[in-house]
Design a protein around this ligand. Structure first.
Ligand SMILES: [Mg+2]
Length: 364
């Protein structure tokens, strides 16, 4: 049985979570710095001391300490100016500041707290009180760090697809808007590929979802391996992927589509107990600002999507390009809403072919 824990004997170790905390101490009095260093280092903290107020901000930026102990009265740059600078900076804003004042400086304490300091201690220090306040600040910092980490994870979850590691549809929909604007501004082409794994449902039905997942993962790796830094390749839906290609004209986009078609059809997907081969159908469209002028942001993907449907209709495992037509915005919006359901689209460019419908029509 461990001895009962009482309030009388505080632990001799300072920790943040399970690691040693990093503490910056700023004071224009060398003897105070030395005393703090000895005390805090003896409790396991990593201590960085700073003698001049003006050095405090760059040191804090460089060291990103867990807490900052800050003297107020300093000749070159006082503690208030230091706190102000730290609170203005996104990077240092969250670091708890404990400032150090003389016993009679009540106004200073109030001002320091108003400026966003976490706490204060009075000189000369009562060591037990000092350590208790440092511990409290470290607890706050630990919670903040945890929250920051969780927010990062949530952000990651909200913007990417966990199976393939690719960005998800939401990210693509946001990005396509930005890229259309950029293309317009720079008079640069912007191409979009949208593709879909042929007969994916059969893979899942016959070989199980694990096999289907492996197919998706492997295609994700193909995209990640080939895409340029400026491209955006995303998983758009179940077995649908999109690839946005800033600067790529029609020819470049079709060539990339051909490459993708070949690469995926030659790819062996190793799953247990079988190895699979799959094909994809690819729809391509290109926005040329000088030829097309202002078109709705959704037009590029819509035309690529129509091309994909045509690729499915005309036998799968192929690349189809659809010229971006210049249509009045209301009509395009209507197209977008009804493309899945309506067959009587007067703007379809392939004669007689319905926009949507069963994808498994026989080869023509
Ligand atoms: Mg001083």
């Amino acid at each position: 049985m461990p001895a009962a824990r009482g309030p009388a004997a505080p632990s001799t170790e300072l920790l943040i979570g399970t690691r040693a905390p990093r503490i910056v101490v700023v004071d224009d009095e060398p003897s105070i710095l030395e005393m703090m260093r000895l005390r805090l280092e003896s409790m396991g903290a990593t201590v960085i001391t700073v003698l001049r107020g003006a050095d405090a901000v760059p040191v804090v930026r460089a060291q990103s300490p867990d807490i900052l102990l800050l003297d107020i009265m300093m000749p070159d740059m006082d503690g208030f100016a230091v706190i102000r600078a730290l609170k203005e900076d996104e990077v240092t804003r969250q670091i708890p500041v404990i400032f150090m004042t003389a016993r009679d400086e009540v106004d200073s304490r109030v001002l320091g707290l108003d400026l966003g300091a976490h706490d204060y201690v009075t000189k000369p220090f009562n060591t037990i009180e000092l350590v208790a306040r440092i511990r409290a600040a470290l607890r706050v910092k630990a919670l903040q760090d945890e929250l920051t980490e969780k927010n990062k994870m949530l952000e990651q979850l909200a913007t990417s697809d966990p199976l393939t590691g690719l960005p998800n549809r939401r990210t693509f929909d946001e990005q396509v808007y930005t890229e259309m604007e950029r293309a317009r501004r720079n008079s640069q082409p912007l191409s979009c590929l949208i593709f879909d794994i042929d007969d994916f449902k059969d893979i899942n039905d016959v070989h199980g979802h694990q096999a289907g997942d492996e197919v998706l993962r492997q295609i994700g790796r193909v995209l990640l391996g080939r895409k340029r830094r400026t491209d955006l390749a995303a998983r758009y839906g179940g077995e649908e992927f999109v690839w946005l290609l800033p600067g790529a004209n029609q020819q470049a986009a079709i060539e990339l589509g051909d490459w993708l078609l070949r690469t995926i059809s030659e790819m062996e997907v190793v799953t247990t107990p079988v190895s699979l081969r799959v094909t994809v159908s690819i729809g391509v469209s290109t926005y040329e600002p000088e030829a097309h002028g202002d078109v709705p942001t959704t037009a590029l993907l819509q035309h690529a999507d129509e091309a994909l449907l045509e690729a499915k209709r005309t036998g799968k495992a192929r690349v189809v390009f659809r010229e971006l037509s210049v249509l009045p915005e209301p009509m395009l919006e209507e197209l977008g809403q009804t493309a899945e359901a309506e067959a009587d689209d007067p703007f379809a460019q392939s004669p007689g072919a319905p926009l949507a419908g069963p994808a498994n029509l026989p080869d023509s």
